[in-house]
Design a protein around this ligand. Sequence first.
Ligand SMILES: NC(=O)C1=CN([C@@H]2O[C@H](COP(=O)(O)OP(=O)(O)OC[C@H]3O[C@@H](n4cnc5c(N)ncnc54)[C@H](O)[C@@H]3O)[C@@H](O)[C@H]2O)C=CC1
Ligand SMILES: O=C(CO)COP(=O)(O)O
Length: 357
Amino acid sequence: MNFAVIGAGAWGTAFAIHLARAGQAVQLVPRRAEHAEQLQRCRENADYLPGIALPENVGVTAELAPAVAGAEVLLLACPSQALRETAQRVRAALARAQSGGEAGRSGGDAPLQAAPGVPPPRLVLSLAKGLEVGSHKRPCEVIAECLPDCTVGALTGPTNAAEVARGQPAAMLLACAPTRESLTPVQAALSSERLRVYTSADLVGAELGGCLKNIYAIAAGCCDGLRLGDNARAALLTRALAEMLRVGVALGAQAETFYGLSGFGDLVATCHGAWSRNRQFGEQLGAGARAADLLAGRRSVVEGYKTTQSFAGLCAARGIDAPILREMYAILFEGKAPAAALSALMTRELKQEGGDA
Ligand SMILES: NC(=O)C1=CN([C@@H]2O[C@H](COP(=O)(O)OP(=O)(O)OC[C@H]3O[C@@H](n4cnc5c(N)ncnc54)[C@H](O)[C@@H]3O)[C@@H](O)[C@H]2O)C=CC1
Ligand SMILES: O=C(CO)COP(=O)(O)O
């Protein structure tokens, strides 16, 4: 199967390496031409995934139009705040490819119609894990608005980029709203003996799980920075899962999805992984650093930061009780000390476990 991976940060690069190793045809398309040139020359993504060589069969190109026109499946691997702009560039590139190079040069508003010989990609998959600031939309909602003629889905779950790129075993979730098209061939093409892909029809739950766990990974990092110990981390993860489920179901997800790869699975991986950027960010906050200082000039993304703002807005507007999330918002956006947030959580009214807040 032909894939194009749009975005060459850690995850886009790692997934392109996985696809190539699984025997699929893959083009990796960095945002910047100079980054494409560097990857072609060095065969290593030194900025985002150092120390891991790109296999020969990973194609690298800065030319978006031929890459998307030649792909059956597009994977959008950029931070969630860049997703709308990226999907609009894809739309313009598809229009350009379909019109033989003339249309679409001025932007992404041209009607996207299948031209003879160049059908639109069958499937566009989001790899992003964050809500769009302002609209609070999920990645697939953003993509569907920009690419209305494509089937849109998410590929998510507990997958640290470096481990996947090194070929260490992992499992993922391919989620798509119910569609007449069968996902089986794509599921098979994405899978290998090193990466086992499951499917789900609960796209809302799959995406919300991946977005929410980043907030709780920052919270787990705060516990580490405050040196609260293993009992505290276990208590946090348990209550975080209950909260993810409550928030997710209130926003239209199916409860059981949160016990799967994109919920429990990614929560455990990200809260425990020393590599997690969200957890590391939280650890530095817990140790006394300020969020603005940690984020200034940072190259790699910490999705949980802005996504906390979106979920706090959604929960406030819809009356969803999410005490951990509320305290994380206070730490990140109101200057509350992590120790004070911990105290607020520990001294809340006592509750019964199960179905409560
Ligand atoms: N790194 C990982 O282990 C995993 C990451 N993800 C998700 O994948 C998404 C991308 O993450 P990473 O590749 O790790 O990010 P990264 O921090 O490694 O790289 C950021 C990428 O975004 C690009 N970028 C920055 N600003 C941009 C803009 N305005 N427009 C377009 N592109 C822009 C950069 O050029 C770079 O390619 C995130 O939503 C992340 O949560 C999901 C699973 C695993
Ligand atoms: O989503 C991820 C692993 O599943 C990556 O987590 P971080 O962005 O915290 O590194």
